[in-house]
Design a protein around this ligand. Sequence first.
Ligand SMILES: C[S@@+](CC[C@H](N)C(=O)[O-])C[C@H]1O[C@@H](n2cnc3c(N)ncnc32)[C@H](O)[C@@H]1O
Length: 398
Amino acid sequence: MNKPDSTLFSSIPKDASDVLNSFDELVQHTLPLNSRQLYQVPENVRKLSHLLTDDRPARRVGYMNEAAALSAYIRYFMWWNLVRLTPLFAGFAGQAGALSQLKDDDVCLDCGSGPLTVPIALWLGCPELRKKKLTWYCLDLSQTALSQGEDLYTAVAARTAASTPDQQLWKIIRVKGAVGTEIKKKAAFISCANMFNELFWNAEQPLEQLVKKYSAQILSYAEPAAAVLLIEPGVPRAARFVSLFRDALIRKGFSVLAPCPHAGACPMDGRKGGKWCHFVLETDDAPSHLKKLSAAAGIPKDRASLSFVFAAKSSDAAGVPADTKKAAPEQTKQLKLRVVSDAISLHNKTTGRYSCSEMGLTLAIAPENALSSGDLVFAEAQKKPDLDRKSGAVKINL
Ligand SMILES: C[S@@+](CC[C@H](N)C(=O)[O-])C[C@H]1O[C@@H](n2cnc3c(N)ncnc32)[C@H](O)[C@@H]1O
């Protein structure tokens, strides 16, 4: 089979991997803990992990204002988030044009910014953006998280100054408040990562109703031609939220840039018992100190998964993901597949991976190890689809 046309997670710049590999040192240098506090980090990570996953009702809304929790978040969760978001953003830089269209003096908004994880991952993953004079409004309930995040951003920028001599330090405007708080300027780019699950998890209203409310709030911040990036953990309920948010964006005239290879109905929408759209980044190459901290905290994390949608309102994208635009006109009979799931062993040393295409749920059949979660591949569209009996997916041999 042909090599995948592109993949979601790209290789990252050398200076970015240097920062990620020694992020613990950068944090300790910027926000030092004494040896007693350092000793307590694994235990605090373990406690916070429960509060963020299986013990959500016990979490206080302002948990990021508590020193031990914030320090555990920065030293563990933020680090993991940077490890998975930086290659994702590096992939966007090459594929989804909306980022490269950001220009000097544009305003960006990061909602639920915490310690500025998204701006820092964009800085690391997209060196071209470092050269643009951007203003970032960073919105969060926790002023302390924002202020420590700003210190970390400045420390990261100091580390990349030698490799990007013409970099422009972004202007950071910290806004303490809940999503919906008024922001003075309209944004050309809006991001929200790992925030909405804190709002919808224990909510009584149906997700559909919540998405209506929150998408309206997010879009009220947007310039007429803005890009919106929503990222949540790769679990079914969060993926359902993301899929509904995608529908809301499409209804408002946005084109999905990634990960969807089409603008039709989402075939992995996370409804109960069904498949959910999420992507897994193998973590073999994760920083060794981060893996050690995972082990010390008793959280074996060998994979990092996420669900996301990146969409933009621009006249030329028109429902076609930017990374597929290079398909020549004669390739229009080809089907674009976004590989989503893990491999399932089939006969003859082939494997199947559930994928997404304009035909709906698709099972991409390929030699072992030929595909990875997130790959985008082109295939011949078959006139008479052959359906997988178990899942109803359209089988495509690559
Ligand atoms: C899990 S952290 C994510 C931080 C960062 N975006 C990241 O991906 O690492 C969630 C953040 O959302 C913030 N948050 C929770 N509810 C919020 C709300 N209603 N409005 C604004 N921020 C909120 C929390 O204070 C916390 O900093």
